[in-house]
Ligand binder design. Structure first.
Ligand code: ZN
Ligand code: ZN
Length: 255
């Protein structure tokens, strides 16, 4: 299996340092996928409730593209560098966000759900989630949004990222979790999308990522491997563990 990392950011570190780290780790295909909420026009339009409070802001897509031209590809033989974005799915702003992203062509687009209705950041622990019924309700809402994202063509994305990230805020896992994961994986399969085995998720919820991998195997949906790194030392984070899951469950990597 070739070494890939399909999910990285450049708002905290220089692109050349991120790419150098990818090279040092023997990565053959490396993708930089900045959050759309780090681009001034979208950020200031007030559509996002959940976003980084710090880190670089890009004036526009042109400034972002210029960063990639600072990488001397001849210094990285054998490595393909892909230019992408991580695009928030917010049903009420699909047209707005899609219109911005689709001004350009991208090597790879990731799609993510960072907030529930009413702008609740999925990663924020909430007191009401200690109640199992409420936790179940919010997990249903979260997976509902992720399935809706997979069914949407607002941007031509290939991968739904960190599909179980809400566990950071909602650590009461419903009994029906495996059914919810299977339904998600079947939806991904139907729409030709991959689900991501995310390196950051593998840090704090390895058991749940494993259940996700199992659901992908059952449903026959592709997976994508991404470290979600923001710093050079995080590039390829937990990707060996992710590759082990790919082997164990005989999974296919999406593009
Ligand atoms: Zn994300
Ligand atoms: Zn990310």
């Amino acid at each position: 299996m070739i070494r890939v990392d399909s999910h990285s950011h450049i708002i905290l570190a220089d692109i050349t340092d991120m790419v150098a780290s990818a090279q040092a780790k023997g990565i053959r295909q490396y993708s930089i996928t900045e959050h759309v909420s780090q681009f001034r026009e979208l950020r200031e339009s007030g559509v996002f409730a959940a976003m980084h409070s710090t880190g670089r802001i890009f004036e526009d897509l042109k400034e972002y593209r210029r960063e990639f031209s600072r990488v001397d590809v001849s210094e990285h033989p054998g490595m393909e560098l892909r230019m992408g974005l991580e695009v928030d799915f917010l049903p009420q702003y699909e047209a707005r966000i899609g219109g911005y992203v689709n001004q350009e062509e991208w090597d790879v687009l990731l799609c993510s759900v960072h907030e529930l209705k009413h702008g609740v950041d999925v990663e924020t622990p909430r007191a009401e989630l200690q109640n199992p019924a409420e936790a179940r309700k919010q997990w249903d809402e979260y997976f509902g949004l992720e399935r809706m994202a997979l069914e949407s063509d607002f941007v031509p994305f290939a991968v739904l990222t960190h599909p179980i990230r809400m566990v950071r805020g909602a650590n009461l896992i419903p009994d029906e979790m495996d059914d919810l994961l299977l339904e998600l994986a079947k939806t991904a399969r139907r729409h030709g999308k991959a689900l991501e085995l995310n390196g950051k998720d593998l840090n704090f919820a390895p058991g749940l990522v494993r259940r996700l991998a199992k659901a992908c195997s059952k449903a026959g949906c592709n997976v994508s491997l991404g470290s979600d790194s923001h710093l050079p030392q995080e590039v390829f984070r937990n990707m060996s563990e992710a590759m082990a899951l790919v082997e164990e469950f005989d999974l296919e990597l999406g593009k």
